[in-house]
Design a protein around this ligand. Structure first.
Ligand SMILES: [Zn+2]
Length: 58
């Protein structure tokens, strides 16, 4: 089952979903999207935290 980070879940009015088999890929993809589309930069640590909160794994 691929991992997903849904932009909408973080309060953005946006249909973007970062999807992939690899946690690092998904967090990087999401981080890049929010930075480019919403002008918000999340640190690698914050992105990992978001992922762990959702999937409860490292
Ligand atoms: Zn978005």
């Amino acid at each position: 089952m691929p991992f997903e980070i849904v932009c909408k879940d973080y309060g953005y009015d946006c249909e973007f979903i970062a999807k992939g088999e690899d946690s690092e890929y998904v967090t990087t993809l999401f981080g890049k999207h929010v930075d480019e589309e919403h002008g918000i930069w999340y640190s690698e640590e914050s992105l990992k935290q978001m992922f762990q909160n959702k999937y409860n794994k490292k």
